[in-house]
Design a protein around this ligand. Structure first.
Ligand code: GAR
Length: 195
């Protein structure tokens, strides 16, 4: 049997996608294992969720470094310390730098149907455009902002009375399922490791 995929998750906020991964990784025979959870800020519920689940955590804040490049190098060092197969950016609100991307395969989850509405405000921007259908995307991370190859997408209809918050909550319900399915699929078929 293949050994569980070794995963590090990066978060910036509530960590509900992280929680879905924690739940899916629990129990014997799970196809992946969460080795550590990192955040770019203090006091996130995501880090609290990880600590509750007994997963090691670290915080790596841009303002604590002289340059963004120093932050990138130290984030890479902290990720590499646990030697993961895969890094999952699950609501991590920072663009990753060349040190991390040069050493790790990273997937990101985004609350819109890429390539439409990339960036930090995917839900708000999709609503402002007046779309009737939006959703979420899981993709490989490259040097651009939400530009990497798409792995999976799920659709969500926009209702007339939606607010950005209500729509985002409905997107997150399908997003959590998508992210778990993607990490399970990447654990089952490791051909991407040779890419
Ligand atoms: C998710 O919807 C994720 O796609 C989004 O932040 C939310 C995090 O929720 N990420 C981005 O907007 C990145 N551009 P969570 O903290 O509850 O998992």
């Amino acid at each position: 049997m293949t050994s569980p995929l070794r995963v590090v998750v990066l978060v910036s906020g509530a960590g509900s996608n992280l929680q879905a991964l924690i739940d899916a990784a629990a129990g014997d025979g799970a196809p992946f294992r969460l080795l550590a959870v990192g955040a770019d800020r203090d006091g996130t519920l995501g880090v609290e969720r990880a600590a509750t689940a007994g997963i090691p955590t670290f915080v790596c804040r841009v303002p604590d470094y002289l340059t963004r490049a120093d932050w990138d190098l130290d984030l890479e060092r902290q990720i590499s310390a646990v030697d993961p197969d895969l890094v999952v950016s699950a609501g991590f609100m920072k663009v990753l730098g060349p040190a991390v991307l040069g050493s790790h395969r990273v997937v990101n989850t985004h609350p819109a149907l890429l390539p439409s509405f990339p960036g930090a405000h995917g839900v708000r921007d999709a609503m402002a455009h007046g779309v009737r259908v939006t959703g979420c995307t899981c993709h490989w991370v490259d040097a651009g902002v939400d530009t990497g190859p798409i792995i999976d997408q799920r659709c969500v209809r926009v209702e007339d009375d939606d607010t950005v918050e209500s729509l985002h909550e409905r997107i997150k319900v399908v997003e959590r399922e998508m992210l778990v399915d993607v990490v399970r699929a990447l654990a089952a078929d490791r051909s991407w490791q040779g890419d």
